[in-house]
Design a protein around this ligand. Structure first.
Ligand code: AMP
Length: 405
């Protein structure tokens, strides 16, 4: 059953959201409320049905116990504004006070529990803590995709105490559906654009996608390992020497499987890792000593654009260069605009992974692609073909089933 099919009238619903938002260090005001806004459809649906909502989340990485700067009390008034109703705040996440507040909660009312990670039991996936949370409600909704790859108490363990009375929220459901759409049922040609810093961080994703895609575009820092492995001179570009064999294996595998692997042919180079470095462009196999490649070059942009424009499905994870610096953002920006163009022509485009999302938002293009994922690590694990504990727990009507690693 989909989340939309449930009627929450009269139900006490415990909703795990991801309100791990950035706060200003001085004022402790929210500097980016994207994650809060992303949870609103789920919260509003429960409220509109006449259910009452017990919202829970983590915020930051507190070491042990209460720390003011990680308190979810800083979120309360903004959440109230966004929901257009009062949000009651409980200074604890479990125990007597939480229980009393939940018991007193009326139809359509909302309460927020204190940061779950003030208890070390949360990240430890403690069963006792999960059971205590479960006592606050009679239905559990998980809408926190960003932590679905963690077997934490509130994201995984707690689901086991709700047997049939549990569901993904709208956000998590959308995330899974969009990932399934590209992984299980992609319209071809299907292009994966993989960039970012290192081969080692993305190797499992590339391996898993190799059986599903028609084209793979490699960009970003990881390209130089591919080039050095093939005998190129990459100067002082980012290279993982211990991944060169892996890079060669990927090239071989792509050939064997008939996947078109596109590696940059030219690169923007700089004499230091800085926006005010001296800049030039060269063949990516001939980066001079003392220079480093920080973006893809203009020929690569043209080649990649053509591949993107011919695609019917695109999955993009990781920038093409150091897009945070204006002088090295052209590759990422150009690819972002071509993905938007392809989307306009009917291509399904899924963007995910912290930095590609940051990039697409930097250019204000978030609404012009098919889907922007909210989960960095969770999305990567999904793309690697791993089962996410938070998803397994939800699909499992009763009892426990955890993945082996
Ligand atoms: P990841 O988290 O692995 O997706 O990597 C993203 C980071 O890779 C961004 O912060 C980029 O600045 C960085 N990056 C992209 N291209 C390069 C490059 N050519 N050299 C060094 N860092 C890069």
């Amino acid at each position: 059953m989909s989340f939309k099919d449930y009627n929450f009238a009269g139900k006490k619903v415990l909703v795990r959201v991801d309100f791990n938002v950035p706060l200003d260090k001085e004022t402790l005001e929210i500097t980016d409320d994207t994650r809060i806004k992303a949870a609103l459809p789920t919260l509003n649906k429960i409220i509109a049905d006449g259910g009452s909502v017990i919202v829970m989340s983590h915020l930051g990485r507190p070491k042990l116990g209460f720390e003011d700067k990680f308190s979810l009390k800083h979120i309360v008034s903004h959440l109230s504004d966004l929901l257009g109703k009062e949000v009651k705040f409980c200074k604890d996440s479990i125990g007597e006070e939480a229980q009393k507040m939940s018991n007193d909660l009326k139809k359509g009312e909302v309460m927020l529990l204190e940061n779950l990670r003030f208890y070390k039991h949360e990240t430890a996936g403690d069963l006792y803590f999960a059971e205590e949370l479960s006592k606050l409600a009679d239905f559990y909704v998980n809408d926190a995709f960003g932590t679905a790859h963690r077997a934490h108490a509130s994201t995984t363990m707690v689901a086991n105490f709700f047997s049939g009375n549990k569901s993904f929220g709208m956000l998590l459901e959308n995330e899974i559906n969009s990932l399934e759409k590209v992984l299980k049922n992609p319209k071809e040609p299907f292009t994966a654009i993989i960039g970012g810093a290192k081969v080692s961080g993305k190797i499992n994703v590339i391996e898993n996608l190799m059986d599903k895609v028609t084209d793979i575009i490699i960009g970003g820092g990881m390209s130089y390992t591919f080039i050095k492995a093939q005998g190129g001179n990459v100067g002082s570009s980012l290279v993982e020497d211990n991944q060169m064999a892996t890079a060669l294996k990927i090239i071989e595998k792509a050939k064997a499987k008939g996947v078109n692997l596109h590696i940059p042919t030219d690169t923007v180079i700089a004499n230091k890792f800085s926006n005010d470095a001296e800049i030039d462009e060269c063949d990516i196999f001939e980066v001079p000593e003392g220079w480093m490649g920080l973006d893809i070059g203009r020929n690569s942009i043209e080649q990649f654009k053509e591949v993107v424009m011919n695609s019917s499905t695109i999955l993009w994870n990781g920038p093409m260069g150091v897009f945070e610096m204006e002088n090295f953002e052209k590759g990422t920006k150009s690819i972002a605009y071509s993905v938007v163009e392809a989307t306009k022509n009917g291509c399904y485009s899924l963007i995910g992974g912290g930095d590609s999302v940051a990039a697409i938002n930097k250019y204000g293009l978030g609404k012009e692609v098919s889907y922007v994922s909210t989960g960095g690590g969770a999305m990567l694990e999904y793309l690697e073909g791993k089962q996410l504990p938070g998803v397994i727990a939800m699909n499992n009507p009763t009892g426990f089933e955890l993945r082996e690693d």
